[in-house]
Design a binder for this molecule. Structure first.
Ligand code: GAR
Length: 220
């Protein structure tokens, strides 16, 4: 393990339960990283309050005060770089990011998405899984590219869809799995076990043939 903890920034747009899970994992000694910044596109995001309570620096930038998406993204990502972050986690950050802003972060930025990617990119993933009659649903953590929820998938948490599930219940049952999946992936990323190179995700030096799976709170 590195002597100095990896520096991590988190971007979040909403309630911040995945951020809370990251902070909790760190608190419990399961995630040896230092959170250097939490940023948001929404000044009222609960995630910012969580960060402040944990004494993590925060920024909130309003996309409406920029001429276009690219200018906003370049400014936001310049501030993330200035924080000293080596890794960037999107934890419910609900925006597509400009390719130029992303370029310096290739292989160093991950996102959590509530579906078994490549199924159901975008919104309403639980509703769409139910409407399709899927037997299984889940969450994915992937490296971020300029394509919405489209980068290479690193790891997934799966759950069986039950007869009584509706959209709300399914989301509610999936969320605790997200809360284990994201810290588990960040931990292996920050300690150097996970890389994205030559077009493939490598884990412990070997290319992955499929996503890692979360089992009993560990990645296999
Ligand atoms: C999570 O379910 C996350 O997977 C999803 O937003 C929610 C954020 O919740 N992300 C996406 O849909 C990204 N495309 P949180 O604010 O409580 O962490």
């Amino acid at each position: 393990m590195p002597l100095t903890p990896a520096k991590v920034a988190v971007l979040a747009s909403g309630r911040g339960s995945n951020l809370a899970a990251l902070l909790d994992a760190r608190e419990r000694g399961k995630l040896p990283v230092e959170f250097v910044l939490v940023g948001s596109d929404k000044a009222e995001a609960a995630a910012l309050q969580l960060a402040k309570a944990a004494n993590i620096p925060t920024i909130a930038l309003d996309p409406r005060s920029y001429p276009d998406r690219r200018t906003f993204d370049l400014d936001l990502f310049a501030r993330v770089a200035a924080s000293g972050a080596q890794w960037l986690v999107l934890a419910g950050f609900m925006r597509v990011i400009d390719g130029e802003a992303l370029r310096p972060w290739a292989g160093r930025i991950i996102n959590i998405h509530p579906s078994l990617l490549p199924k159901y990119r975008g919104l309403h993933t639980h509703r769409r899984a139910l409407a399709a009659g899927d037997a299984e649903h889940g969450a994915s953590v992937h490296f971020v590219t300029a394509e919405l929820d489209g980068g290479p998938v690193i790891a997934q948490a799966r759950l069986t869809i039950e007869p009584g599930d509706d959209e709300q219940l399914l989301a509610q049952r999936l969320l605790p799995l997200e809360h284990h999946l994201l810290p588990a992936v960040l931990a292996v990323l920050a300690n150097g076990r996970l890389q994205w190179r030559c077009g493939a995700v490598h884990y412990d030096g070997r290319p992955l043939s499929g996503p890692l799976i979360l089992r009993d709170h560990g990645l296999e």
